[in-house]
Design a protein around this ligand. Structure first.
Ligand code: C2E
Ligand code: CA
Ligand code: CA
Ligand code: CA
Length: 275
């Protein structure tokens, strides 16, 4: 039994080393990928399905890996945050997305995701201002998406940064709404222009009465606070119909369009079926 314990301990250590090595290699690969232009931004339409128009597009980061193909952010964002690479990477996304959006029709908005690490970094409002100046993008065409989790890591700092960003004329959305620790308190204490309802609430809309009740309440909340509500993760006509019946008009999801490279963006989205 003693030998067995020793062996499993040894195995455990070896696997830890292995894990650490993989992380180190991935971090190094990420750094050179950024230098060599192997990251890409894809864009997913944000729909006003009442009118069938595109409001804008959300910028979603991809890593075009020579061996592994397109890698989704879930596989590398956390490591990028832990190593600090998210700062140059996030700046690259912001600049790339704004540069792209300048070429779109002038009413179209671009939404860019921010990491907690970017929010905690002192220069974010300066960076946003600089990128707008350099790209020539109108401030009111840019929206930044921030999760509650990112905000509560340093509330005072986050509030200050968000206020300065809004002073520039840039709007801010609370992302993944409803999944945080205390979404309502966050909504009360921070200046948001838009609520993005997490897709878990849409997924269970048909099967769970609670999800419908919560969706209804969030839509009412948005109306009374005068904050737009956009629902994430709409995949089916049935989900869209339910949302429409609840008076919702803005949504994002595979039903309207997948995230795509900038040369393949849809210019219109399906209308909700008329009742
Ligand atoms: P998110 O900001 O909540 O982005 C929405 C995610 O849901 C995207 O995944 C999108 O492809 C996916 N999605 C959109 N519609 C549907 C749908 O109808 N059904 C389902 N099942 N999924 C849908 P993606 O692109 O893999 O991004 C995952 C997360 O990675 C994002 O979640 C965001 O938190 C983060 N992320 C992406 N790009 C960036 C970035 O540039 N910077 C930072 N800091 N985070 C990013
Ligand atoms: Ca987002
Ligand atoms: Ca989200
Ligand atoms: Ca998310």
């Amino acid at each position: 039994a003693k030998a067995e314990v020793a062996r499993s301990t040894c195995f455990y250590d070896a696997s830890m080393d292995e894990h650490a090595r993989e992380r180190r290699d991935l971090a190094a690969e990420m750094r050179s990928a950024l230098e060599q232009g192997r990251f890409a931004v894809h864009y997913q339409p944000q729909a006003d399905f009442g009118t069938g128009t595109v409001l804008g597009y959300e910028a979603l980061l991809r890593w075009n890996h020579p061996v592994r193909g397109m890698i989704a952010p879930a596989e590398f964002i956390v490591l990028a945050e832990e190593t600090g690479l998210i700062l140059p990477l996030g700046e690259w996304v912001l600049r790339t997305a704004c540069t792209e959006a300048v070429g779109w029709e002038p009413h179209l908005r671009i939404s860019v995701n921010l990491s907690a690490v970017q929010l905690a970094h002192g220069d974010l409002p300066d960076l946003v201002e600089k990128v707008l100046r350099e790209t020539g993008l109108r401030a009111d065409r840019l929206e930044l998406e921030i999760t509650e989790t990112a905000i509560i890591r340093n509330r005072a700092k986050a509030l200050h940064v968000m206020e300065r960003i809004r002073t520039l004329g840039v709007s801010i959305a609370i992302d993944d709404f409803g999944t945080g620790y205390s979404s309502l308190a966050t909504l009360r204490s921070f200046p948001f222009d838009r609520i993005k309802v997490d897709r878990s609430f849409v997924r269970d809309l048909a099967s769970e009465p609670q999800s419908l009740a919560i969706m209804r309440a969030v839509l009412a909340l948005g109306r009374s606070l005068n904050i737009s509500v956009m629902v994430e993760g709409v995949e089916t006509a049935a989900q869209l119909k339910t949302l429409q019946d609840e008076g919702c008009t803005q949504a994002q999801g595979y039903y309207f369009g997948y995230p795509l490279p900038p040369d393949r963006l849809p210019h219109s989205v399906p209308l909700a079926a008329s009742a």
